[in-house]
Write a protein that binds this ligand. Structure first.
Ligand SMILES: Cc1ncc(COP(=O)(O)O)c(C=O)c1O
Length: 422
């Protein structure tokens, strides 16, 4: 389904060779396929069938205004985690009644802004937060829907930094206290307690943690009903993983090894959870980020220098951890391929950036087609948590972003200049 693939030996995003994009827009450069994003959204949305639902795009994954507008125009909702993201979502055209506000530490001014905008619901995470929302709602003479984010203590089997559904994590309300906190929330003025929210982590590549969570949610909704608390809405969160290894296969590329990612098709996840959740009679919302945009994005970078010492060969490239921090932050794996395949010779090397940190790398001991200075490399599956986490560390302006639609290319964020450096 991916729209980034070789045509002969030229890597293309849809119909455009990425080397042409690197020449025209410079590097580092984020390139996104519009049709990749749309296909994935439509496939997930369609997999709900007749079930009343809403797919809320997790804005944090990639908040480029043009990409947000794509989702808004498709009729998606938005999952936001700050007043800033709420502002971005509203500006992109998401109607407030399709926006949910999550996050473990919402400030009073953020709550006030969201109440004024009349968003669909807050996903609340603590009794303190519930009291604050209630107090501000009363002051504004309004009321709001609330879902409680319940932490089911289910292991998402993902990287510890992106696992959120364990009791050792800061997220949500401990499952054993759920009933007590629902009763507390139901007694607070200005709140209509209508939903339940879970999100157990990100880059989850197995179906089992999702089915276990669905069973947990369905059971809890039943217990709450027995206790007189009737919910109408389940927000099942996001977290569906994507394959980072062997994203592209070609006879001139080495086969990627390492831990195999037994991948979950988003539609398979839905097929396994929907029958469980449907028994509750609730509307079902989901909040995917990565699964909708990761595979649509590629980071292009130019090889500056090659060097080697007794132990290693290094390719020093012009992109850095400031442009894509996932390898440095989570030891995340991204397949890296040449924009033009011109050799069968494969060598192990480290692909590193220019930033003054040993942690500034994209790959270590990676067997790659032999590269030379000025070659363009493509860091694949970079559309989620890529630009979104970019920084200006080391005085580096953030990269440009382009969107490809067939053979058309649109600059959707200009490269920052020195003037943009704070
Ligand atoms: C509450 C919530 N919903 C949705 C998401 C999106 O997760 P993913 O990009 O893995 O789908 C996140 C990510 O951290 C999140 O915290």
């Amino acid at each position: 389904m991916t729209h980034t693939a070789y045509k002969d030996q030229d890597l293309c995003c849809e119909d455009v060779p990425v080397r042409e994009l690197a020449e025209e827009y410079g590097t580092p450069l984020y390139v996104y396929s519009k049709n990749d994003i749309l296909t994935r959204y439509r496939s997930l949305n369609g997999a709900f069938g007749e079930q009343p639902h809403l797919v809320c795009y997790a804005v944090k994954a990639n908040a480029n205004p043009t990409i947000l507008r794509l989702f808004a125009d498709e009729g998606a909702g938005a999952d936001v985690v700050s007043a800033g993201e709420l502002h971005q979502a509203l500006k992109a055209g998401f109607p407030p009644e399709r926006i949910v506000f999550a996050g473990v530490g919402k400030r009073e001014d953020e709550i006030e802004y969201a109440l004024q905008q009349k968003i669909f619901a807050f996903n609340a995470e603590s009794t303190g937060e519930l009291q604050t929302i209630s107090r501000i709602a009363l002051r504004l003479n309004t009321s709001t829907r609330i879902s409680l984010r319940i932490n089911p203590d289910i292991d998402a089997e993902s990287h510890p930094y992106i696992t959120t559904g364990l009791h050792s994590n800061k997220f949500g309300i401990e499952s054993s206290k759920a009933l007590e906190v629902y009763r507390f929330a139901a007694g607070l003025p200005g709140l209509q307690v209508t939903g339940i929210h879970t999100h157990i982590g990100s880059q989850i590549t197995k179906v089992e943690p999702f089915t276990a969570t669905a069973q947990f949610v369905a059971q809890l909704v039943g217990q709450l009903r027995d206790a007189g608390i009737h919910l109408s809405h389940i927000d099942f969160g996001g977290g569906i993983g994507v394959p980072y290894r062997n994203a592209i296969r070609h006879e001139m590329l080495p086969e990627e090894n390492g831990t195999a990612e037994s991948m979950t098709d988003p539609a398979d996840v839905l097929r396994s959870i929907l029958p469980i959740l449907q028994s509750t009679g609730c509307t079902i919302w989901v909040e995917p980020g990565r699964a909708l945009v990761a595979e649509a994005g590629t980071l292009l970078t130019r090889v500056l220098y090659l060097k080697e010492n007794r132990e290693k060969k290094f390719a020093i490239v012009d992109a850095a951890m400031t442009d894509l921090i996932r390898p440095s932050l989570y030891q995340a794996y991204h397949q890296i391929v040449p924009a033009v395949l011109d050799t069968y010779e494969h060598l192990p090397m480290d692909i590193v950036g220019p930033v003054c940190e040993t942690g500034d790398f994209f790959a270590r001991d990676r067997v790659m087609p032999k590269v030379k200075p000025n070659d363009i490399l493509a860091v694949l599956t970079a559309g989620a948590y890529g630009f979104a986490l970019a920084s200006q560390y080391n005085g580096r302006p953030r990269p440009a972003e382009v969107l490809v639609n067939g053979d058309r290319v649109r600059l959707i964020r200009p490269r920052e200049t020195f003037e943009d450096l704070a």
